[in-house]
Design a protein around this ligand. Structure first.
Ligand SMILES: [Zn+2]
Length: 413
């Protein structure tokens, strides 16, 4: 018999935390440092303390709860996720991985198993970027990407900084740089997460083992033409930024479908037009491009092809154009040995699995800078996430948590 988690306790814990919700009846809203978030933290910390874990929180409220191993000098094996949500978000994003990790450690304790390495349950603050518009802020602070000055610069729509919000919540953000996770402190970090896409469900496979996390590049494309009468201006005499934008957008879609990696995704999610009147050729058009791939080289090539198309079409239509860089993150290849360890666990438990990429970024991408990171995905019903309808099947949650438990044990024994 292989060790198994208590799925009823997991589902109960998820229900309990989902009651800490700022928008009852309209999905789940639990922003970092909000009243609901603090209630959820209190619940989790109490639970950790009841099981004898040593709980610490850093300057931005990242929680680390440690079960000491037989060799306290050996690096910890870490697992967890985030408990914050987007506005009107779902039940399982983050929470499944947090409760799954807690449950794995509880199961190990209840079965009287002593691991060589310490086990650490981790909860990252502000993963979603819901307060400050910057995703993964907690894990970035944990590995030292964000220092005190950065925390002061990150502001919510009311102008309150992450530094001040952490302070109001009772943390000491001035200490964050001294609490940075060091290389060698953690042997491995495993994160269980919902897939947030439809690949697993469409293949009817309950477990995804993540090999790579896509990198992202975001731009704002600005086109300026000449506004004029929609009836009186002949087609050959126009400087139409909307027609230009349409050509570029069509090209973005066509190109993304045929890149050599086969994993490029590109989205134009926002468009703005001036004067935005049905019988006037527009003067200004602005649209965004969000492009992602697990291969940085191919992503760079894709973006430069789009840039060339922008230059060509702008010249053809007689409009001026600019492509402003908004932000980027590099693609991350996860540790190969950890991928194999997760595969072996799935095989040992007779759980169907597939290797896959993650289109979304996760705290584990950030942690991979200082430790070996691995991720387990479970299917999202209808592939939906960040919406109230976000759902995962009870049986899949159980399989995912058992995968996590077994893999953590292998890493820590
Ligand atoms: Zn998440």
């Amino acid at each position: 018999m292989m060790l198994e988690v208590n799925i009823d306790r997991i589902m109960n814990n998820i229900e309990t935390i989902c009651e800490f919700n700022a928008t009852p009846g309209q999905g789940y809203t639990r922003f970092s440092y909000s009243k609901e978030d603090m209630q959820a933290r209190e619940f989790l910390i109490n639970e950790c303390q009841e099981f004898g874990l040593k709980v610490t929180t850093d300057g931005v409220g990242n929680i680390r709860a440690k079960l000491e191993g037989l060799d306290p000098q050996a690096p910890s094996v870490m697992s967890g996720s985030h408990i914050d949500t987007v506005y009107h978000g779902g039940k399982y994003d983050g929470l499944v991985g947090a409760i799954g990790a807690l449950e794995a450690i509880r199961t190990i304790i209840e079965n009287g198993i002593k691991t060589l390495n310490s086990l650490e349950f981790v909860v990252f603050s502000e993963e979603e970027g819901s307060n400050f518009g910057s995703t993964l802020a907690g894990s970035k602070a944990m590995v030292g990407y964000y220092g005190v000055d950065d925390l002061k610069k990150l502001k919510n729509p009311l102008g309150i900084s992450m530094y001040d919000m952490a302070k109001r919540a009772g943390y000491d953000p001035d200490k964050v740089t001294h609490q940075v996770l060091k290389h060698g402190e953690v042997k491995a970090m495993l994160e269980l997460h919902i897939e947030q896409s439809i690949v697993l469900e469409s293949k009817n496979i309950p477990i995804g083992i993540v090999e790579a996390i896509a990198g992202m590049q975001a731009f704002e494309i600005v086109l300026k033409g000449v506004a004029n009468h929609a009836g009186a201006t002949p087609m050959s005499l126009r400087n139409d930024p909307m027609a230009t934008a349409a050509k570029i957008m069509a090209h973005i879609e066509d190109l993304a479908k045929i890149t050599p990696s086969g994993s490029t995704v590109a989205t134009v999610g926002r468009i703005f037009c001036e004067p935005n009147i049905s019988n006037v050729i527009p003067e200004n058009v602005l649209f965004t491009l969000d492009a992602r791939d697990v291969d940085n080289r191919i992503l760079n090539q894709f973006v430069s092809d789009v840039r060339q198309k922008l230059i060509d079409e702008s010249a053809l239509h007689g409009v001026s154009s600019n492509m402003h860089f908004l932000g980027s993150s590099d693609a991350i290849i996860l540790d190969k040995l950890t991928v194999e360890l997760l595969e072996n666990e799935a095989k040992a438990r007779n759980i169907p699995f597939m290797r896959m990429n993650s289109g979304a970024v996760h705290d584990s991408s950030i942690l991979s800078a200082v430790t070996k990171a691995g991720m387990i995905f479970i299917p999202s019903v209808n592939g939906r996430s960040h919406v109230p309808e976000e759902d995962s099947r009870y049986e899949d949650i159980e399989l995912g948590c058992n995968m996590l438990l077994g893999s953590l044990l292998k890493l820590a024994m």
